[in-house]
Design a binder for this molecule. Sequence first.
Ligand SMILES: Nc1ncnc2c1ncn2[C@@H]1O[C@H](COP(=O)(O)OP(=O)(O)OP(=O)(O)O)[C@@H](O)[C@H]1O
Ligand SMILES: [Mg+2]
Ligand SMILES: [Zn+2]
Length: 292
Amino acid sequence: MFQPRKAPVHPMLQELYKKIEERMKKVKYKIAVMSGKGGVGKTTVSANLAFALAMRNYKVGLLDADIYGPDIPIALGIKEKFPMVMNGAVIPFKAHLGVRAMSIQFLLEEDDTPVIWRGPLVTKAIQQFLSDVAWGELDYLIVDLPPGTGDEALTVMQYIPKLTGVVIVVTPQKIAIHDAKKAVKMAQMIGVPVIGIIENMRGFRCLHCGKITYIFGQGGGEQAAKELNIPFLGALPLDPRIVSLTDEGKPFITNTEEDISKKFMQIVNNLLKVIASLEGSKNSEKEGKEDK
Ligand SMILES: Nc1ncnc2c1ncn2[C@@H]1O[C@H](COP(=O)(O)OP(=O)(O)OP(=O)(O)O)[C@@H](O)[C@H]1O
Ligand SMILES: [Mg+2]
Ligand SMILES: [Zn+2]
């Protein structure tokens, strides 16, 4: 049976592991989106990644693992609340393109109700999102994390069996890269593959004269990827339409002709290539073992 990485195993937890394992067995790839610093675009990347995959006819789920700052419902434009419970399992809401979503926000009385919990409750909430949500058969489960290397990231890395890997979102400036390296190191210490780095908010094209200003600098994410020897998946510019579309609950990727959408699709292509190569290396490892 699957056991969370490096977590102490207690008999009372066996039941929980079993439930999570049952659910996650039906999900082919599980990808967590993390960062060191806050506000760099994790939720934006998660929502657009989920939609990009759904546009390619994959079955996709999106788990909002940000318990204190759940933004997925806004980014996906889901206004419903209090999901149905059937046979003891919570039914996720469906956004456009059939993307299934779950967030603590769906369970809060009012939009501005804060979650004021200590760490153990956060861990428990995420465990329940894994064990008690009827995700069904999925090709991809995307997990949107809060910034940093705290309880949420640790729980996701330890409790999702065979987590495919983490995607790290950074902005180009030193202070964001400094924090992101810790997220990369955390994944490596726990033994979760790092799929790669996305550099967000690289440069802003002036709407008046077309000149690009690198507000947060440029290339920081690419440089960090080189230093850390992990894949660089690509960069996205700063674009005010990303802000307004996210606020409206319309992931920008659905406007396929836009420049930013083309850039993001290229990032998704790179990400899929890395995942395929991770799969390949896993298979060849297995074959290698069988040969012996
Ligand atoms: N490339 C971009 N250009 C312009 N605005 C962007 C871009 N990427 C994200 N944003 C905007 O920046 C804000 C923060 O993005 P987002 O919420 O995705 O970050 P986050 O990393 O999830 O934040 P948190 O750490 O709070 O979870 C949002 O208003 C979003 O619309
Ligand atoms: Mg977020
Ligand atoms: Zn200008």
